[in-house]
Ligand binder design. Structure first.
Ligand code: AP5
Ligand code: MG
Length: 214
């Protein structure tokens, strides 16, 4: 199954993508995590991406589309994948459709996690992310077993640089302007399913599986 996760920053794309990927046994591909790992490793791509990410802006399509095309061409994606945070613009969605249609494939579902802006701003300050594996926690709603330490890999948990309230607002503005149009784009393809992302995490997960017929 080929899935994409849509939703505002902080809607819960990463949280749910990780769980759905484990359930469906397909890779979870987060462009945000790929960029953050490149920043951590000091690569050229990381250097270029950092200035956009820290400002809450989108990394340009030309740095993003080829990266995803290469990733989904790898062997582990043969049985499907979950894209989290890509596509985020109409040109990215068109680029993805082009790559898939050249292989006789298409996006099966675009899962839109719907959360109003006010709830997002409240959520972000409590998020903690693993510097190493990208796992996501929340100090109140999903705390790690040991404070400040990742349950999955034991590395340190941090507040992401782009989770400052003023940057969160820019990310929301960018989302409404450039990413929200994808909801219509996938509705027209008949691939869109929407779940209420304000519910507790387990209920959001169950709602997604139900929409996927799992
Ligand atoms: P990216 O890493 O994709 O960030 P984002 O879209 O802004 O989304 P987040 O990761 O912040 O939120 P999420 O929806 O994954 O929510 P989470 O599960 O963590 O991108 C970062 C930057 O990289 C972009 O700004 C851009 O610069 C660049 N970039 C990435 N992809 C790009 C692309 N394709 N093109 C161009 N640029 C790109 O949940 C949030 C918090 O809420 C967590 O603490 C979680 O524990 C908690 N939570 C989750 N669900 C619930 C719930 N149901 N109830 C209560 N709390 C919950
Ligand atoms: Mg995420």
């Amino acid at each position: 199954m080929k899935l994409i996760m849509l939703g505002a920053p902080g809607a819960g794309k990463g949280t749910q993508a990780a769980r759905v990927a484990a359930e469906l046994k397909v890779p979870h591909i987060s462009t945000g995590d790929i960029f953050r790992s490149n920043i951590k490793n000091g690569t050229e791509l990381g250097r270029k991406a950092k200035e956009y990410m820290d400002a809450g802006k989108l990394v340009p399509d030309e740095l993003t589309c080829d990266l995803v095309a290469d990733r989904i061409a790898q062997d582990d994606c043969k049985g499907g994948f979950i894209l989290d945070g890509f596509p985020r613009t109409i040109p990215q969605a068109e680029a993805l459709d082009k790559v898939l249609s050249s292989r006789g494939e298409k996006v099966d579902y675009a899962v839109n996690i719907d959360v109003p802006d006010a709830a997002i701003v409240a959520r972000m300050s409590g998020r903690r992310a693993c510097v190493s594996c990208g796992a996501t926690y929340h100090i109140e709603f999903n705390p790690p077993k040991k404070e400040g330490i990742c349950d999955v890999c034991g590395a340190e948990l941090i507040l992401r640089a782009d989770d400052k309230p003023e940057t969160v607002q820019t990310r929301l503005d960018v989302y409404h302007e450039q990413t929200q149009p994808l909801i219509d784009y996938y509705a027209k393809q008949g691939a869109l399913v929407t779940v209420d992302g304000t519910q507790p995490m387990d209920e959001v997960f169950a709602a997604i599986l139900a929409k996927l017929g799992k």
